[in-house]
Design a protein around this ligand. Sequence first.
Ligand code: FCB
Length: 401
Amino acid sequence: METQNKSFPKHFFWGAATSAHQVEGNNHNDWTEWEKLGRVAHGEHSGLASGHYDRYREDFAIAKELGHTMHRLSIEWSRIEPRPGIFDQQAIAHYRDVLLELRRLGIEPMVTLWHFTNPIWVQQLGGWTNKQTIDLYGRYVSTIVRELGDLVTYWITVNEPTVYSSSSYLFSYWPPERKNPITAWSVIRNFVAAHRLGYQIIHRHNPNAKVGVANNLNHFIPARRNNYLDRTLATFSRYWHNQWWLDQTYLTQDFIGLNYYFYHPLRFKISGLQNLLRPEPQDRAPMSDLGWEIHPHGLGELFDFLKKYDRPIIVTENGLADAADQFRAAFIRDHVAEIEKALQRGVRIQGYLHWSLIDNFEWREGFAPRFGLIAIDYATLQRTIRPSAYTYRDIIRQRSA
Ligand code: FCB
C-alpha cells in the first residue's frame, strides 16, 4: 500500500464513533424500560440523549470541519422493527438520509447493526438467551442490507458481545440483570451464530463489503509479576476475554474492530468472581473521570496479540471520560503514537475512531461521563467543540500530509 508520512497508509481512516441509544434520543427499547427502574446513576433516563436524531447534520458538519474521514454509527433495531416483522419505512428513510449526508461530506460510514439494545418484543421472547433471536436478527439485517446496503461498505455485526453477555447475564449490571454463568454462555454462543449469519447476509448482498465486530480487548497483566496465581488469572482473562471470541469468529471478520479502554493488572483474591476480576490500581497512571487508568502502550500490546489472526485492524473505539478536557489531547496523541509504532512493525491498521464524537448517555453511568470531542449542554443541546478535538484535527492533518 502506498504510504505517506513514513508510516500512515494513504487511505487510513480518521474519525469518531457513536451508538444510537447513547446519542439519538427518544428511543423505546429494552434499555428505556430498564431505565425506569432507577438503576442508572442519579436515576437518569436516556430521554432526549444528545438530540442527535434531529441534529446529525450539525454534528457531521463539525466532524467534517475536524478532518474526519470515517464515522461509526449504529442503527437502532427497535426503530426499524418496532413490532415483529413490521418494518418502519420512515425510520429506514431517516437512516438513508443520515448515510447520504455522510457520503455528501465525503465521510465513509461504518454501520453497527447491534449495539447493546433490543426491541422490547425481542427481549420479551428471551432476548439473546433465545436461539430464535439469531434468526430475528438475521431478518432485521437482511432488511437493512437490502434497504441501505448501497450506501455502506463497512459493517459491524455486533458491538462487544463479550461485554454484553457478562454485564447483562453474569454480573447482573445491565438489563435484564441476570447472574447465571450457563445463561451467559448460551448468550455468547448465540452471538457467535448471529455474527456468522450477519456476515453471510451482508456478503451475499455485496461480496466487496467489509464486515467485522467491535471487539472489546483488554490488556491483562499479573499485578505481581512473579505470583503464580496472578499470572494464571491474567492468562485465563486473556484467553476468556480476548481470545475465545476471536478464535470463534475471525474467519468471518474481514477486519478486526478493536475497542480499547482497559489495561488491567490482576491480583488473585478469594472473594467472589466480581472482586477477583477487579483490577488493581497501578503505578499512578493518570485516570479518567470514571477512574479508568490511561495506558496507551496496552494498545500496542494488543496489536501484537492480534497479528496471529492475520486480519487488518481498525480501532473502532478508544477514548475517555474527561469533562475538563485535561487529558484527552495527550490521550489521543499517545494512542496514535502506538498506532504509528505498530505500523512501523508491520501491523496492518486501517483506521482510528475516537469514542466519541459527542457527549452521550454512558449506559449505567448516565450522562455524567463526558466522552465527547464535542461537548453537549444537555439543557439546550448546544454543541461546543472541545480544544482536544482541534489537537486531533491537527494530528490528522499532519499524518495525512
Ligand atoms: C464501550 C461501548 C460504548 C461506550 C464506551 C465508553 O464499551 O461500546 O458504547 O459506552 O464503552
